[in-house]
Design a protein around this ligand. Structure first.
Ligand SMILES: Nc1ncnc2c1ncn2[C@@H]1O[C@H](COP(=O)(O)OP(=O)(O)OP(=O)(O)O)[C@@H](O)[C@H]1O
Ligand SMILES: [Mg+2]
Length: 311
């Protein structure tokens, strides 16, 4: 079962609230918790690949990914969104884009990768992958190599790729998390969102041996609420999952500017740049740039596709 009983969780958290943990997690500074900082620099030839997931659906992944992509682009970065969600509220819909093709069309043989990529607002690029993902991971070896070559030959300056993943713990969600170099888990203060975020982290830790996560708390009423939610998650994860690093990347307040801009199919950072949510999105972008990427060497885009394809 995905859902942990809230009462159980509260009991566990009370037991686990030791002084040490309190010190460690009670007042996280956004983007400054357990990852070391790094200077802003263009990641020439070595783009960061960051996958956004959530246990529960509808917590704001797509809203955050689209706004962050534009915010990062405004800060001078070359950004690509990979839309990996089969759901309906996709990146293209949120940004008022109409992709003609998807990764699926690569397999039919008559389209190339650059036909599929589309230009988004604020200079970002979008790779609509939602249709075709299942085929992608089930290809035979020679098809995978062909695809890898396609990705590899794409001459495009790129600093950061953001992956908008589907909710839950399906195999496809795991593929993208495993292939990416960094992982963000998005959650809201809703109890089911917290327990489902924990469930997602648990699967990634236990089954896939991932132990570093960025955390974004969305839809909060106050900074204190965001810190409380992070603290709850961190306390339980610390108690039950052993050594892992949760980095509080930041929070986004509940703000009508977000759904308003979704309805207008524009990004909030462009339409309502002065809104509280947009200002926090800009801060999040800054925090990402100030956070050192994963220390593993397999962080470049080629490794990402290789990992994803399993070759
Ligand atoms: N901070 C916020 N304040 C108010 N509304 C928000 C906020 N974040 C997201 N929303 C609203 O919540 C709804 C769901 O957001 P979104 O589609 O981004 O979630 P998601 O996690 O991508 O969902 P799914 O799991 O279905 O892909 C949208 O209508 C959006 O406008
Ligand atoms: Mg979504």
């Amino acid at each position: 079962m995905l859902h942990m009983q809230l009462a159980d969780m509260e009991q566990i958290m009370n037991q686990a609230a030791t002084l040490k943990q309190w010190k460690q997690f009670s007042s996280p500074k956004e983007g400054h918790n357990t990852y070391r900082n790094r200077k802003n620099s263009v990641n020439q030839g070595h783009p960061r690949v960051i996958c956004f997931s959530s246990g529960k659906g509808g917590v704001g992944k797509t809203s955050i990914v689209t706004n962050l992509a534009i915010a990062l682009s405004q800060k001078g970065k070359k950004v690509l969104i990979l839309d990996a969600d089969l759901g309906l509220a996709n990146v293209d819909v949120m940004l008022g884009l109409v992709p003609k093709y998807s990764i699926h069309h690569l397999f039919t043989g008559n389209k190339e990768l650059h036909d599929i990529l589309i230009d988004g607002p604020g200079g970002i690029k979008l790779l609509p992958a939602s249709s075709g993902i299942q085929e992608m991971v089930n290809l035979d070896e020679s098809e995978k190599l062909f695809l890898l070559n396609e990705f590899d030959s794409l001459q495009m300056p790129l600093d950061i790729m953001l992956i908008d993943n589907a909710a839950g713990i399906s195999d496809t969600v795991m593929y993208f998390n495993m292939a990416a170099q960094e992982r963000v888990v998005v959650l809201t203060p809703e109890p089911t969102s917290i327990t489902d975020a924990y469930a997602l982290i648990k699967v990634l830790v236990r089954t896939h041996k991932v132990n570093r996560f960025h955390i974004i708390i969305n839809w909060v009423n106050s900074k204190q609420e965001a810190h409380r939610v992070f603290s709850q998650l961190a306390t339980v994860a610390d108690k039950f999952l052993g050594i892992l690093s949760l980095n509080f990347l930041g929070f986004i307040p509940k703000d009508a500017a977000v759904p308003k801009s979704v309805r207008k199919q524009r990004a909030a950072v462009e339409l309502f740049p002065e809104s509280r949510a947009s200002r926090k999105m800009m801060e999040l972008a800054e925090n990402i740039l100030n956070t050192e990427e994963s220390l593993t060497q397999d962080g470049n885009i080629k490794f990402f596709w290789k990992n994803l394809l399993g070759i």
